[in-house]
Design a protein around this ligand. Structure first.
Ligand SMILES: Cc1cc2nc3c(=O)[nH]c(=O)nc-3n(C[C@H](O)[C@H](O)[C@H](O)COP(=O)(O)OP(=O)(O)OC[C@H]3O[C@@H](n4cnc5c(N)ncnc54)[C@H](O)[C@@H]3O)c2cc1C
Length: 456
């Protein structure tokens, strides 16, 4: 099989690497594309788009392959696979980086931190830059430096017509607006250009764990603690069990617990002061906060969320950590069937909320907390645990329904989150504007294997 103008690798069903290349992070996703076109550059991506259009093939675009819904791979069609395009070029003078569309956040952190620079990225190193950026991008640095998209300066895009164009504030500004939150609906992004900021390389960061029985008290303390937090302080609550990390004594591994994980994007002494009250609260099981490199902190959780486990997520934004929300969390969290299951709550606000809501296509700027119930189990436990765990997550989410914000981060939607939840992610006004841009750049909805925006 050949694609005219394509110089990368073509992987069809009879290729020895077919099963390895069609696998994505979520091992529960098992799709069989007709062809995987592993691109070596933008020209290959353009050739693959033209081939798909001429042969009327379903298209999936793969960045890091991390999306829980598994949209990076489709049945029967073609996967435009960017995983061989992971280069990162840093210009320390202009404090910018150009990043290829298949890079992972670990690649970006590695290269940018070599210059003492960073931009807001995901909190797990093996997450892809492509999907994360196009959905908005939340992480440790967002309260100080904004979402990933607030640091996006330009993107190189292969359109549905197969043209290679640049989108920025000055070139195709409508497309640039839509790319900043609208997901993979508008084309294949073959490179991103980001603004960088001085950081580290040493930061103060890490988790404090308390026993599960302390959950209500910790959450009540936490909601007041973050209300006054400086922009430099990024916090994520992690509920579930203590993960088996090397820095944690074995007798605590898998014990039900709540953790607050922090990262201070500034001077270590100031961070120590900002974290004093949190670390002094109650009787922690263990406090692992300390000076570390930003790169190490960014990859600290990587091994706890490996490729190939089965995952199912249910997410929502929260207007507040109200007493009712705390009651629901305490009631449901520790009834999960799998010790690998967890829930995470990102503290938003800061620089994220200072960007006007319609400046980009990301709609959740006014919510203080982003909550996601993330189930996880081993592939061999699917019969025993899988269905029960999925039902548990749905029941937990239903119990939150009366108390949750009616909005959600698009990148945390799973495969069974239907069209109405995609609309929920954007709200009516941003969805309508996205539909108009979609009608201009992809009127036939060729890029629909994603959280789809219908052409208006
Ligand atoms: C363990 C884990 C941790 C996470 N942590 C965070 C976090 O801290 N912050 C956060 O914001 N999100 C986080 N996420 C969610 C993450 O943003 C999404 O999973 C995102 O889709 C990952 O991007 P990817 O490129 O790996 O996705 P993929 O699965 O490769 O792609 C998902 C979709 O994105 C589109 N896409 C991807 N790359 C491109 C491209 N180059 N051009 C055009 N379209 C593209 C396609 O439509 C594709 O279907 C996390 C996810 C996981 C599983």
């Amino acid at each position: 099989m050949q694609i005219s103008g394509f110089r990368g690798e073509l992987i069809a069903i009879d290729h020895i690497d077919y099963d390895a290349t069609r696998a994505v992070w979520n091992g529960a996703v098992d799709r069989r594309p007709r062809l995987i076109a592993r691109c070596s550059g933008a020209a290959d991506a353009a050739a693959a788009v033209c081939y798909a259009r001429d042969h009327d093939l379903e298209i999936a675009v793969r960045g890091g392959g991390h999306n829980v819904a598994g949209t990076a791979v489709c049945d029967d069609g073609i996967v435009i696979d960017l995983s061989a395009m992971r280069a990162v070029w840093v210009d320390p003078v202009s404090r910018t980086a150009r990043v290829q569309g298949g890079a992972l956040w670990g690649d970006v952190d590695h290269e940018t931190q070599a210059h003492g620079l960073a931009t807001t990225g995901g909190i797990v190193g093996h997450t892809g830059v492509g999907g994360l950026t196009l959905g908005g991008g939340i992480g440790w640095l967002m309260r100080k430096h904004g979402l990933t998209i607030d640091n996006l300066l330009a993107a190189e895009v292969v359109t549905a017509e197969g043209s290679i164009i640049r989108a920025s504030a000055y070139e195709h500004p409508d497309l640039f607006w839509a790319l900043r939150g609208g997901g993979g609906n508008f084309g294949v992004v073959t490179s991103f250009q980001f603004a960088l900021h001085p950081l580290g390389p040493d930061v103060i960061a890490g988790p404090v764990f308390w026993a599960a029985e302390d959950t209500a008290n910790v959450l009540r303390f936490y909601r007041d603690f973050v209300a006054d937090a400086p922009d430099e302080l990024g916090n994520v609550v992690r509920l579930g069990t203590v993960p088996p990390l090397p820095a944690i004594p074995e007798d605590l591994h898998w014990r039900p617990a709540i953790a607050v994980v922090s990262c201070y994007a500034g001077a270590i002494e100031k961070g120590e002061r900002a974290l004093e009250a949190l670390r002094g609260f109650g009787s922690p099981l263990i406090d692992v906060v300390g000076p570390t490199t930003y790169v190490d902190h960014q990859s600290g959780m990587d091994d706890t969320l490996p490729h190939g486990w089965h995952y199912y997520w249910k997410a929502t934004n929260l207007d507040a950590i109200s007493d009712e929300v705390i009651d629901v969390i305490v009631d449901h969290m520790y009834r999960a069937n799998s010790p690998r299951t967890y829930a995470v709550m990102f503290h938003m606000e800061g620089a994220v909320a200072r960007v006007p809501n319609n400046a980009t296509a990301y709609a959740g700027r006014d919510v203080p907390h982003n909550f996601s119930i993330d189930t996880a189990w081993l592939p061999e436990q699917t019969d025993e645990i899988g269905a029960a765990e999925t039902e548990w997550a749905r029941a937990f989410f239903s119990a939150l329904e009366p108390h949750r914000a009616k909005s959600v981060y698009v990148n945390f939607l799973d495969a069974d989150d239907n069209t109405s939840r995609v609309r929920e992610a954007y709200g009516d006004e941003i969805y309508r504007r996205l539909s108009e841009v979609k009608a201009k750049y992809d009127p036939d909805n060729m890029f629909h294997h994603n959280k789809n925006i219908l052409p208006g």
